[in-house]
Design a protein around this ligand. Sequence first.
Ligand code: SAH
Ligand code: SF4
Length: 365
Amino acid sequence: MNLQPKTDNKQPGKVDLRDMSLSELSGWASSLSLESFRARQIFRWLWRSDVTSFDQMTDLQKELRQRLSELSYISSLRPEKIERSQDGTRKFLFALSDGNHIESVLIPEKGRYTLCLSSQAGCAMGCLFCLTGKGGFKRNLKTSEIVNQILAVQGALLPDEKLSRSSASGGLTNLVFMGMGEPLANYENLIKSLQILLADEGCGFSSRRVTVSTCGLVPQMDRLGKDITLNLAVSLHAPDNETRSFLMPINRTYPLEVLIDACRRFPLPQRRMITFEYLLIYGVNDAPEQAQALARLLKNVRAKINLIPFNAYPGSEFKQPPPEKILAFQQILVKNHYTTMIRQSKGADISAACGQLHAHAIYAN
Ligand code: SAH
Ligand code: SF4
């Protein structure tokens, strides 16, 4: 395990405490000969109290706070811009320390506050329908940049939004890795961020309420299943290799039969299912025969299906199917006994819907 995380060019020689899992922080603290309980104490301050300076860690002696501030720092993200959709969705734009930009989306629904997190600045996967993919890949997010999105959004919630919900997660109830980037392509930092946000001393989220979405990176799916328990969503979008390889280049490396095998062996707690996301694109993957083929493909997989009508953006070459085609597609899957929901993405009027995140395309220069 790396006990000496990389330092930030803005804080030369210092380590960012928000880049460390609890076990890394424990290793670092013991390398400084601190008592063993200190790491847990500092970790709680970092993630349960959202402190921004060592002076706020009131149960640490002054000398220790001084020593910590000489060796380390506490990074944070502050939103550069918050946009609010008519449906209540809020989009947060964050500037990273190197000038790259990312976005997170807060989706309030009955009894739930779901935060859609970014895992990379841009994305290298090149899916034909996705605006993030069209902008190309900038870089992986650091662990701190992933989890700090949560603290920043919690900090921007209104007081009554915070009070009405569990204090551990500060008002947010669900997390989905469906923002910018392919989370499993940033595996090490993703796992560390999951360890922090699932830890009781960390953000305290339940694994039932955290979902990682992937375009289908099979080796990392196998690793993920062994490393951690959470919900998995797979972006499928086509029931045959020809259509899927056209839409998603990753299918040429891990074709459907390989991907579906990986889904079958993915360890799921009792009664949980893998969510298959299926983008509906007019004239490409929305025919009744394709719904039948999808039903056959997912046979013997613990699957539920989310149908996402394509969200357009300026310059997009695809269209959403008409409502009757979407309903007919759903009916075929329901008849085949799949739980199938139509998910109208929220926040389309502020370009916050699935596939519309493009912070870098507008702001990076
Ligand atoms: N990279 C991961 C997670 C981020 S994308 C993945 O691909 O799963 C989140 C979801 O939005 C994916 O299912 C993706 O396929 C979908 N998506 C991308 N572009 C879209 C668009 N234009 N309209 C609707 N959904 C889109
Ligand atoms: Fe990347 Fe997901 Fe967009 Fe594909 S759909 S380009 S994997 S963010």
